[in-house]
Design a protein around this ligand. Structure first.
Ligand SMILES: [Fe+2]
Length: 319
C-alpha cells in the first residue's frame, strides 16, 4: 500500500481555514501536479476556482494522509454542525472520512483494535443516514474508481444501517455493531496477498470469487483481536453465504444464515452493482434490483429481498 503515493480527497472535505497545511495536487492525464504547497493556506478563492472547473477530487501525498484523516475525524462534529455546508457536502465529508479510516485499517489492520474511532464514525454515519432523505444518493459522491474497496465498504455500512433502521427494531448498540461489522466486512482481503492491494488498478479489479478466503480470514483476525461484538463478527464472516447453501465460508443455508449477514449480502451486491467500477458501469438502483430479483431463492431470501427492495425504492417498510 505504501507504493500508492497519492490519495484522492473530495473537494468538499477541503474546507477553507480548517484544512491542515498539507500540499495538494490535481491529476491531469495520469500525472499529479502541485496545486498548492504546504506553506500556503487553502482559501475560499481556491475553493471557488476548483468548483468552477468542476474539480471533484484533489490529491494528497499518502505520507500526509495521517494528518488529513486526523483532521477530518477530530473536526467531524464541527463540520457536520456547520450551517454553511450543505447536506450533500456533509455526506461527502462523512463518507470520505470513513473511507480514509478503512484505508488506514487496510494499511495497518491492528488499528481495528481502536474501536472508539470506528464507533464514533459509525455514530455519525447512523445520524446522517437516518436524518437525510437523500442519504442514498450522496453515497455515490465519494466514488473514485481506483479506491473502490474503501468507498464500497462505507457505502455498504451506510446502506446496512439504513436498511436495519427501516426494517428492524435494533438497540442503539446493536446498530453500532452492524455499522462496525459492515465497515470492516472485507478487511480479510488484506491478508490474502502482500501485493494484491499494492496497485490501485489491481485493487479495483478484484474479483471476489477468486478471493473467497477473505471472509473467514477477516473473521479469524478480528475474533482473535477480541474487540468486536458478535453481530459485527457475523457480518464479516458470513456476508458471502447464499440462501440456497452455495455460499462461503460455512455454506449455511436458508435462515440458518444470520439475518444481519443476509442483509449484508444484499447491500454488498446492490452497492457493487450501482457503483462505477472498471469494466462495469453503474446501474440505476431499479435495474440492479430487477437483476437481483432473478437470484431470489438462490442468493437471497425471498422475504428479505422484497423488504430490502422496498427500502432502496424509498418506500416505507416496517418490521
Ligand atoms: Fe466480501
Amino acid at each position: 500500500m505504501k507504493s500508492r503515493f497519492y490519495r484522492p480527497l473530495s473537494l468538499a472535505c477541503i474546507v477553507p481555514d480548517y484544512f491542515p497545511d498539507v500540499a495538494l495536487f490535481v491529476r491531469n492525464n495520469g500525472n499529479y501536479i502541485l496545486y498548492k504547497n504546504h506553506d500556503r493556506k487553502f482559501t475560499e478563492t481556491d475553493q471557488l476556482r476548483l468548483e468552477r472547473t468542476n474539480t471533484q477530487f484533489l490529491y494528497v501525498r499518502s505520507g500526509d494522509m495521517d494528518v488529513v484523516t486526523e483532521y477530518l475525524e477530530q473536526n467531524l462534529d464541527v463540520l457536520m454542525a456547520r450551517t454553511d455546508i450543505d447536506s450533500g457536502a456533509k455526506g461527502t465529508i462523512l463518507y470520505q472520512t470513513a473511507a480514509n479510516y478503512v484505508t488506514d485499517v487496510f494499511d495497518a489492520p491492528e488499528k481495528t483494535a481502536d474501536l472508539i474511532r470506528c464507533r464514533s464514525l459509525i455514530r455519525q454515519l447512523m445520524k446522517y443516514v437516518s436524518g437525510h432523505e437523500d442519504a442514498l444518493k450522496a453515497l455515490q459522491s465519494i466514488t473514485s474508481q481506483n479506491y473502490y474497496i474503501f468507498t464500497h465498504s462505507v457505502q455498504v455500512a451506510a446502506l446496512m444501517m439504513l436498511a436495519h433502521e427501516r426494517l428492524f427494531r435494533l438497540t442503539h448498540d446493536e446498530m453500532i455493531d452492524v455499522g462496525v461489522g459492515s465497515l470492516l466486512h472485507d478487511v480479510g482481503l488484506v491478508f490474502l496477498s502482500g501485493n494484491l492491494l499494492d496497485s490501485p488498478e489491481a485493487l479495483s479489479a478484484i474479483e471476489y470469487h477468486k478471493v473467497k478466503q477473505h471472509a473467514q480470514k477477516g473473521y479469524e483476525y478480528l475474533h482473535e483481536a477480541g474487540t468486536l461484538g458478535e453481530v459485527s463478527l457475523t457480518i464479516v464472516r458470513h456476508h458471502h453465504e447464499r440462501y440456497d447453501g452455495g455460499g462461503y465460508p460455512a455454506a449455511l443455508k436458508g435462515d440458518d444464515i444470520p439475518r444481519s449477514a443476509q442483509l449484508a449480502a444484499l447491500c454488498d451486491t446492490f452497492c457493487a452493482m450501482t457503483t462505477d467500477r472498471p469494466k462495469h458501469t453503474a446501474l440505476p438502483g431499479a435495474e440492479a434490483i430487477r437483476i437481483m430479483e432473478d437470484e431470489v431463492g438462490g442468493f437471497f431470501s425471498p422475504d428479505l429481498f422484497y423488504r430490502f427492495a422496498a427500502v432502496v425504492a424509498g418506500k416505507k417498510a416496517t418490521a
